[in-house]
Design a protein. Structure first.
Length: 222
């Protein structure tokens, strides 16, 4: 049986058809068989396959491309990356038609473009990737600074305070207690520790158990 002539347009209109050949499948112009879906059931198609019939699509809809007897996405298929039969070596992934090392791809399998780094489920500038003390990562907005579980915005006067796994963003009017690593109300050029009171007259912190008294600190009953 000779294959009828089809244009790309007619193939799109006749999407319920596929062509197969009893030869190798590499010579569409040779002797073949046109099958319409619905005219044969799976058992009959299986019998054809047993007899050496190799079906393959007449066309592939974008973004797919025809590779042998099937349609493949050459932009993301690790077994046909950038071209039919071009395989990516594990654990590399296929992205934009190129094999990309797994470490350049985020947790969702999306490979990051040049200049960006994987950051949790996102891709961003390396300086904007915030890895929290709990171990998960996310991208901070541009012009902000990673800080613990948050991102500080310098344009608002925010600054990062703390050390180790305890970091927080302080507001512009707040100070950072170097002993506790916590944001605090400023007292002169210092921050009072918990239990201390700020003597605004002297700009110093009164020790726990005392209270501001003029420009000094007074104990109970003084």
């Amino acid at each position: 049986m000779t294959l009828p002539e089809f244009t790309a347009e007619s193939s799109l209109r006749q999407s319920n058809q596929f062509y197969g050949t009893f030869a190798s499948g590499s010579d569409p112009g040779g002797s073949g068989l046109l099958v319409r879906s619905g005219e044969v059931d799976s058992q009959q198609l299986g019998s054809l396959a047993f007899a050496g019939f190799h079906p393959f699509p007449l066309f592939c809809l974008p973004p797919l491309s025809r590779c042998g007897f099937s349609c493949k996405n050459l932009a993301s298929d690790p077994f046909n990356c950038g071209g039919c039969g071009h395989k990516c070596t594990p654990p590399s992934l296929c992205a934009r038609g190129h094999c990309i090392p797994r470490w350049q791809c985020n947790d969702e399998g999306t490979c990051c473009p040049p200049g960006q780094t994987p950051c949790g489920t996102e891709c961003c500038d390396p300086f904007l990737c915030n890895t929290t003390p709990a171990g998960y990562s996310f991208c901070c907005a541009p012009d902000t600074t990673p800080c613990g579980y948050d991102c500080c915005d310098p344009s608002l006067g925010q600054h990062c305070c703390g050390f180790g796994g305890s970091l927080e963003c302080c507001d512009q009017w707040q100070g950072c207690n170097e002993d506790t690593g916590m944001c605090c109300d400023p007292c002169g050029g210092d921050c009072c520790d918990p239990g201390e009171q700020c003597n605004t007259a002297s700009g110093t912190c009164c020790p726990s158990g005392t209270s501001p008294c003029g420009s000094s600190c007074c104990g109970p009953g003084e």
